[in-house]
Design a protein around this ligand. Structure first.
Ligand code: SF4
Length: 345
């Protein structure tokens, strides 16, 4: 990749704006931003989760596991428990796995080169470059959705399929030895001014160079509204004052967490078909009511079935729990809301 030796005026304006307007977060405090472990934790938490939501989780996480060694020695269940509410639990599973590898193979030091980083569980192209740029100030950048959007508007590129063009353009802007601030400046610009569903070009520090602004294009914000919808069918099995929870195994999302048996579907079946698709052949009753929830970029409609059994059945990867035991079990916040709604025991 070509990195320009001379800082462009655009980059200069952007860095200048960032020095006066940067968002204040605990992971941006000097001692934290110079600690690659803290940068890594914050970057993983910030994927798919809003920065303001991350603040408290980040503080607690760092307090519980202040070093990579301490995280490597933690029990996965405690890490998952701490992660409850952040969603995308595979991130926590991979953080834990990678902490073990780094403690053992790299003396607890996060590698400084891309090729090694990318081999580690949960560290993809974006996270590797973000660690290198933000923590090590290397001449690179992690391109997240915000940065992708800003650069595509700036140079009139199609943000969906122009990855290599977007990369080329960014690399001509990288300021040598200032990539930490540069990357964070673009993230802030995308989050505060050049947003997905609204732009504030008049106060944008790089409008002078922006194709979008100079061409006075208009964004069809209505077309950007997500309308994806999914359907979750929950199957509650009760025995006296206990219910069955099942551990998620080898799943992309929420791996290792406990949940009420369920089916997630893209298309809505009739309740009769949903009942026939229940995980066990029991006397299922349809419970009245439904819940609506929002998960990342889709809306969820949730319906419920219940079966009362005469004696405890044994199923693989399941446990019977009482109401007062649920608090101590790692489950997703969606499942916690469902349990609260059903109030089953
Ligand atoms: S001028 Fe407008 S469209 Fe261009 S980068 Fe700034 S906010 Fe985005």
């Amino acid at each position: 990749m070509i990195v320009s030796k001379k800082m462009s005026n655009l980059t200069h304006n952007l860095l200048n704006w960032y020095s006066k307007n940067k968002r204040q977060f605990p992971w941006r405090v000097k001692k934290n931003i110079e600690n690659p472990y803290y940068v890594w934790v914050s970057e993983v938490m910030l994927q798919q989760t809003n920065a303001n939501t991350v603040i408290n989780y980040y503080k607690k996480f760092i307090k519980n596991w202040p070093t990579i060694y301490s995280l490597s020695k933690a029990k996965l269940d405690s890490v998952l428990f701490q992660w409850q509410g952040l969603g995308y639990y595979n991130r926590a599973v991979n953080l834990h796995k990678t902490a073990k590898i780094i403690s053992k193979k790299f003396n607890g030091k996060i590698p400084k080169n891309y090729e090694t980083l990318i081999q580690l569980p949960g560290i993809g192209e974006y996270t590797a470059n973000a660690i290198l740029a933000i923590a090590y100030n290397k001449n690179t950048i992690g391109v997240d959705v915000n940065i992708n959007r800003v650069i595509s508007r700036l140079y009139n590129l199609n943000s969906d399929n122009n990855k290599s063009e977007i990369s080329k353009k960014i690399y001509t802007l990288l300021p040598i030895n200032k990539c930490s601030n540069f990357m964070q400046a673009l993230m802030d610009l995308g989050s505060e001014i050049c947003r997905k569903k609204s732009v504030n070009c008049l106060i944008c520090p790089i409008k002078k160079y922006c194709h979008f602004y100079n061409e006075k294009k208009e964004i069809n914000f209505d077309a950007l509204k997500d309308k994806k919808r999914k359907f979750l069918f929950v199957y509650l099995i009760k025995y006296k004052n206990q219910i069955i929870l099942k551990k998620r195994k080898k799943t992309k999302f929420l791996h290792g967490l406990m949940e009420i048996p369920n089916n997630l579907l893209n298309n809505k079946p009739s309740l009769k078909v949903a009942k026939q698709n229940a995980p066990l052949n029991l006397d299922w009753k349809t419970l009245p009511g439904k819940l609506n929830s929002k998960i990342s970029n889709f809306e969820l409609e949730i319906r419920f079935f219940q079966a009362q059994v005469e004696k405890k059945i044994t199923l693989k990867n399941t446990v019977w729990v009482k109401k007062n035991e649920i608090q101590k079990i790692p489950i997703s916040s969606l499942m916690r809301n469902i349990l609260y709604y059903l109030n089953p025991t």
